[in-house]
Design a protein around this ligand. Structure first.
Ligand SMILES: Nc1ncnc2c1ncn2[C@@H]1O[C@H](COP(=O)(O)OP(=O)(O)OP(=O)(O)O)[C@@H](O)[C@H]1O
Ligand SMILES: [Mg+2]
Length: 153
């Protein structure tokens, strides 16, 4: 298992870090993206998508639940905050998204009970009340391929 922690001092730095990771991890993976409201999950996702070489505008999937980026779509960006339970997610065809050979970025992923994904990366953004523009970003993975790529980052 690999754990890596970095700190950012601005929204731009979080975006840039996301972009850097998107460049390094440009193959289908599942990202569990955690953090309180306003932690910077969507900022990170914007950078990540850009880093994957996709120029689409990335907006928060708060109301849509999922946004797709790339043509054909290569990133599926979910915000599960408004869902009641995992069942609702499967009813909207989550299984199909898993089979599409794309990267899944999941904000508020904890209603997902089945987390036996291939190539899973967990990212947590933490804010510090005393420094409103700083974030600690913690990356955790047990996936060998991601571990290798991250240790070169
Ligand atoms: N270091 C930082 N990294 C990321 N965002 C920051 C940072 N400092 C300040 N911010 C601000 O925090 C906010 C993060 O908003 P964002 O929509 O990315 O949060 P979120 O985690 O996706 O929230 P939600 O759970 O509501 O979807 C933005 O307004 C951004 O400008
Ligand atoms: Mg968000």
């Amino acid at each position: 298992m690999l754990t890596k922690t970095i700190k950012t001092k601005s929204s731009q730095e979080t975006y840039d870090f996301g972009k850097h990771l998107g460049e390094a991890l440009s193959f289908p993976l599942v990202i569990f993206l955690r953090g309180e409201m306003g932690a910077g999950k969507t900022v990170f996702a914007k950078g990540f998508v850009k880093g994957m070489g996709i120029d689409d505008e990335v907006t928060s999937p708060t109301y849509t639940i999922v946004n797709e980026y790339g043509d054909p779509p290569r990133v599926f960006h979910f915000d599960l905050y408004r869902l009641q339970d995992g069942g609702e997610l499967y009813e909207m065809g989550f299984e199909d998204y898993l089979n599409q050979e794309g990267t899944l970025i999941l904000e508020w992923p904890d209603l997902l009970l089945d987390d036996s994904f291939e190539h899973k990366l967990e990212i947590t953004l933490k804010s510090d009340f005393h420094s409103p523009d700083e974030r600690e970003i913690i990356l955790v993975t047990s996936d060998v391929k991601i571990e290798q790529l991250l240790s070169d980052c």
